[in-house]
Ligand binder design. Structure first.
Ligand SMILES: Cc1ncc(COP(=O)(O)O)c(C=O)c1O
Length: 398
């Protein structure tokens, strides 16, 4: 867990000022998003690659509107994401589609919205290629079978992975002249070592031989899975292997090179603010019950990680368990320590909430979804979306 002792300056007024805030509140910080997009722009300008945002990580529409002018397009993984992303992009950029499971009607409907369509398997390619708009660039996802991740649940290259075809199959498809003009790979998760990407591309190079550079391919999408700064945001990452890799693909192989990060462009720019409802003291220690739940960030529970909380210090005096408000015994965020005791009514702020939180949130126990706010670049807090009983009831058929 990160040690976080400083309140982000921009949020001071939100937490301590007179600004009314309905909690649980999900805040996306426009200046934070623009800062991360600036890092993406640096990569794009220094290397000449194309930069997409993978909307599966976060798809709040107004935020996508903010992002679109700084991107070459969006990467999507379903018909719904494709529709949403296209409605934001209009004709300002390209839409790139890939999914592990494709229903025939979704292929047909997405095939007229997207510009690039990377099929996940040869079966997918053969079943659905013909329903795409003829102008769509057809690609195939390659799985280089090279793992860098300890936890198989996050590893697209885990043994017998369903995500992409092995190199030998891709080579065969290219030799059969199956109208594939590009490749997509996505092989890592939250990585900060671009040497791993270079090693992966070198393996693809060895596996495909001349097919990578003899003109039959026009583009390659390197996916996401890499961050542009480490957890302290200190710009210490060595970007050289990334630039070398893109240079090899673009200049050495004449391939249009694309990257489609998700987390790197959004994670640190969002916060979840909750209110302490009750402090319980039991023989085992204190528990602060919050008006949020792990179901507002289900990965915290599914993958058993403790989210970063503002004000926590490992060696601070006042320790407690932060817990959610549902009936699930395991609705627990973790053990935290603060310099001052928490009290009923205090606000507790979770950091780094941008990626794979809101998109996965649900309403178990009828606990409402967080209200969504934008912290504008001008420092104003704007309520963007409040979910009501009617939203809940409509979902359940009322
Ligand atoms: C094909 C593809 N592209 C991009 C991404 C975005 O990954 P990340 O958010 O780790 O950058 C994912 C995430 O699962 C993915 O599956």
């Amino acid at each position: 867990m990160n040690v976080v002792t400083e309140w982000p300056e921009r949020l001071g007024s939100v937490l301590f000022g007179d600004v009314p805030l309905e909690t649980p509140a999900f805040i996306y910080d426009e200046a934070g998003i623009l800062r991360l997009l600036g890092k993406g722009a640096e990569i794009r300008e220094s290397s000449g690659c194309r930069l997409l945002f993978a909307v599966k990580s976060f798809c709040f529409r107004d935020a996508l509107e903010l992002m679109a002018p700084h991107l070459d397009g969006f990467a999507v993984s379903s018909l719904f994401e494709a529709k949403l992303a296209r409605s934001v992009l209009r004709d300002r950029g390209t839409l790139h589609f890939t999914t592990a499971g494709l229903r025939p009607q979704d292929a047909a409907d997405s095939g007229v919205l997207c510009d690039y369509f990377a099929f996940n398997s040869v079966n997918q390619l053969r079943s659905h290629r013909d329903v795409l708009h003829p102008a769509v660039q057809v690609g195939l996802r390659v799985n280089p079978e090279l793992s860098f991740i300890g936890d198989a649940r996050y590893d697209p290259c885990r043994p017998a992975s369903r995500l992409g075809e092995p190199l030998s199959t891709v080579a065969q498809i290219l030799d059969e002249g199956d109208s594939v003009s590009g490749l997509l790979l996505h092989t890592n998760c939250d990585a900060t070592d671009f040497g791993q990407l270079e090693t992966t591309v070198n393996k693809i190079r060895r596996g495909l031989g001349p097919r990578l550079e003899d003109g039959r391919l026009r583009w390659i999408n390197l996916g996401g899975g890499y961050l542009f700064e480490d957890e302290y945001g200190d710009d210490a990452l060595d970007m050289t292997p990334l630039y070398r890799t893109i240079d090899f693909l673009q200049r050495g192989c004449s391939l249009e090179t694309i990257i489609e990060p998700g987390a790197a462009l959004i994670r640190t720019a969002c916060y979840l603010v909750s209110t302490v409802l009750e402090i319980q003291t039991r023989s085992g220690g204190k528990t602060a019950i919050l008006d949020t739940t792990v179901n507002h960030m289900p990965e915290a529970f599914e993958y058993q990680y403790e989210p970063d909380v503002l004000g926590h210090r490992d060696d601070a005096d006042w320790a407690c368990t932060l817990a959610g408000c549902t009936c699930l015994a395991g609705d627990v965020f973790g053990e935290y320590s603060f310099d001052h005791p928490l009290a009923v009514g205090d606000r507790v702020m979770f950091l780094n909430m941008g990626a794979y939180t809101l998109v996965k949130a649900h309403t178990f126990n009828g606990v409402n979804l967080p209200t969504i706010y934008a912290l504008t670049s001008g420092g104003e807090l704007l309520m963007k979306r409040r979910y009501t009983y009617d939203d809940f009831a409509a979902r359940w058929g009322a």
